[in-house]
Write a protein that binds this ligand. Structure first.
Ligand code: DX5
Ligand code: ZN
Length: 214
């Protein structure tokens, strides 16, 4: 089953509760946390995750685009995140391993994220400790960017390793999803699709969520 994770980065932050209710037909709610250092943009943090937790039953998929996320992962879990993903580029291998262990220690699903320039192999040391792997199909930092189709070989290699070594692990993609590109990533092995502008820019949001399932 293909899961859709609308990104609230494309929601109206002044009407966040309304816009979260509009995507109730989805599977996860994707929350983009940016620190102005790991990426050139600043979004939201722990108090907003805690506030969102109160207004939705959807699992919260928190994508940390922050330096040295090991410092904050437990707080995001305690604020109500169900899935927490950290970038492999954001710290040393040892600290990334620690971050994943802390997330799992909170009873949550842990995962690593790869930027477009990061090879598939960078996920290998963490494959056994991940419940999800996220492949960026745009440079992290902003919604509404163009899909990078050249990430498909990376996705296919990760799908192969996941099926062999950790079949329960989910494979997520983030960036540039629309009713056409969703078919490309599904064919390459993704099973969780993040979509911001494609969902929130649609006239019929539940219809668009259905369409993105491929
Ligand atoms: C980008 C974020 C994405 C973003 C996707 O750094 O990680 O989650 O919201 O937006 P769209 O779907 O518009 O490309
Ligand atoms: Zn994201």
């Amino acid at each position: 089953m293909i899961k859709i994770a609308p990104s609230i980065l494309s929601a109206d932050f002044a009407n966040l509760e309304r816009d979260i209710r509009r995507v109730a037909a989805a599977d996860y709610l994707h929350v983009d946390v940016m620190d102005g250092s790991f990426v050139p943009n600043i979004t939201i943090g722990i108090p907003v995750v805690a506030a969102i937790r109160k207004v939705t039953e959807l699992p919260l998929d928190v994508h940390l685009m922050i330096d040295r996320p090991v410092r904050y992962v437990e707080q995001f879990c305690q604020a109500g995140a169900d899935i927490v993903t950290v970038h492999v580029e954001a710290d040393t291998q040892e600290n990334t391993r620690r971050a994943l262990a802390l997330i799992r220690g909170q009873g949550k699903r842990a995962g690593v994220v790869l930027k477009p320039g990061t090879p598939a192999e960078a996920a290998l040391p963490f494959l056994d400790s991940c419940g999800i792997i996220l492949v960026m199909t745009v440079e992290p930092g902003f919604g509404g960017q163009k899909f990078m189709a050249d990430m498909m070989p990376k996705l296919e290699r990760l799908r192969g390793w996941i099926d062999e070594r950790n079949p329960g692990c989910e494979l997520e993609v983030d960036g540039g999803m629309d009713p056409v590109t969703c078919k490309t990533v599904i064919a390459s092995g993704a099973n969780v699709l993040v979509a911001g502008s494609a969902v929130y820019g649609a006239e019929d949001i539940p219809g668009r969520i259905r369409e993105l399932r491929g």
